[in-house]
Design a protein around this ligand. Structure first.
Ligand code: PLP
Length: 380
């Protein structure tokens, strides 16, 4: 018999890393809302925490689990996905060069475009799915960070993490991957060579549309990571205790949620691809999708719960469909138990690059037939 009984991440998450409170035997962690921790009479801390902005027991439970799921030496929770991403970029120095894939989470792209020039960071934005694009943009010695997302919102391009990591490393840069959509269930960027993984834990990790949170997992605890940790503390990007507690609770069902929503997403993508009211379905699980070959190599256990429909016609036809749904909620965000639909161009406003006939779907845990029937009745 092997002496390591827990070899599967499903077991780790279901048991919240086999949590057991040594004092009481509780298998659900207690909430520790105290912001300050008393010292002993000889001025020693009893645990790790002295003040809640820098560390807390409810954070550590999530961080320990996320480090194991992503295969990193440590992890850090943040007040939101944006707080995690901005803390990482703010670890760069004026004069550094940052390269971003042109279609990343729009709110983060907007922030980079505003912040980098003011911070003295040179920013290059380009389509890194094109062969040779990253190699051509690298400035050896100056490029410090490459920021990608895969699959990308809202057209679900799939970027080759292993290949981009190799190119970034060849010039001494780090590769950061926003893995919010893939989750550690389907992609583990650190194993593919990435240096930093970011999650909006608001999405699949928590999975219930009731927590705003972010997570970073580094490949190693170096100076860059130390600076990121200082940023979290000094910028006050700290996660609330109750949010951390809820996030751990949500994580327990991560694998079953991601598996189910991916299976239903594939079912809907295949059905919608045959529908006469749909011009095209964008989903990495379809062999016709440009990113399918990389997705097949890079993703495990499915192709995610996100897909987009290009409605036949234009903006008007897309808005007509979104108006007619009865089961899907017309709402932004993704990765939760309830299915959501949105007209991306309306949400992003004037700066949008999303096609006007695109509807983005986040598939939840409802019965697949109810979701299909809803889409079909909305298309007549
Ligand atoms: C939502 C999202 C973010 C931002 O995360 P918040 O938790 O909303 O701050 C970043 N990246 C992706 C891919 C997202 O979907």
């Amino acid at each position: 018999m092997k002496n390591k009984p827990v070899t599967h991440p499903e077991t780790l998450v279901a048991q919240a890393d086999h949590f057991l409170d040594p004092a009481s035997g509780a298998i659900v962690p207690p909430l520790s809302p105290s912001t300050t921790y008393a010292r002993t009479d000889d001025y020693q801390l009893r645990g790790k925490t002295s003040y809640l902005r820098g560390s807390g027991a409810n954070w550590e439970q999530v961080e320990g689990l996320m480090a194991k799921l992503e295969g990193g030496p440590t992890a850090a929770v943040f007040a939101s996905g944006m707080a995690a991403g901005t803390a990482a970029v703010m670890a760069l120095k004026p004069g550094d060069h940052l390269i971003m894939h042109e279609t990343i989470y729009w709110g983060f792209a907007e922030w980079l475009l505003d912040f980098c020039p003011r911070w003295g960071i040179e920013l290059t934005s380009l389509d890194l799915s094109l062969p040779g694009a990253l190699a051509g943009a690298m400035k050896p010695g100056k490029t410090k960070l490459v920021w990608i997302e895969t699959p990308t919102n809202p057209i679900w391009q799939v970027l080759d993490i292993a290949e981009l990591a190799q190119v970034a490393h060849a010039s001494g840069a780090r590769l950061a991957v926003d893995s919010t959509v893939a989750t550690p269930v389907q992609t583990r960027p650190l194993e593919l060579g990435a240096d930093l993984v970011m999650h909006s834990a608001t999405k699949y990790l928590n999975g219930h549309s009731d927590v705003l949170a972010g997570v970073l997992v580094p490949a190693r605890e170096d100076d860059f990571w130390t600076k990121i940790m200082a940023n979290r503390n000094q910028l006050g990007a700290s996660l609330g205790t109750f949010e951390a507690w809820l996030l751990l609770r949500g994580l327990r069902t991560l694998y079953v949620r991601v598996e189910r929503s991916s299976r239903t997403a594939l079912f809907l993508a295949e059905a919608m691809a045959k529908h006469k009211g749909i011009e095209r379905v964008l989903y990495p699980g379809l062999p016709t999708h440009p990113g399918h070959a990389i997705a097949k190599k890079q993703m495990q256990g499915g192709y995610g719960g996100m897909l987009s429909l290009l409605v036949k016609g234009g903006r008007e036809e897309a808005l007509k469909m979104v108006k007619a749904v009865k089961v899907f909620h017309r709402a932004t965000s993704l990765g939760s138990v309830e299915s959501l639909i949105e007209h991306r161009a309306s949400v992003e406003g004037a700066v949008t690059k999303a096609p006007q006939n695109l509807l983005r779907l986040s598939i939840g845990l409802e019965h697949p037939d109810d979701l299909l029937a809803d889409l079909e009745q909305a298309l007549v």
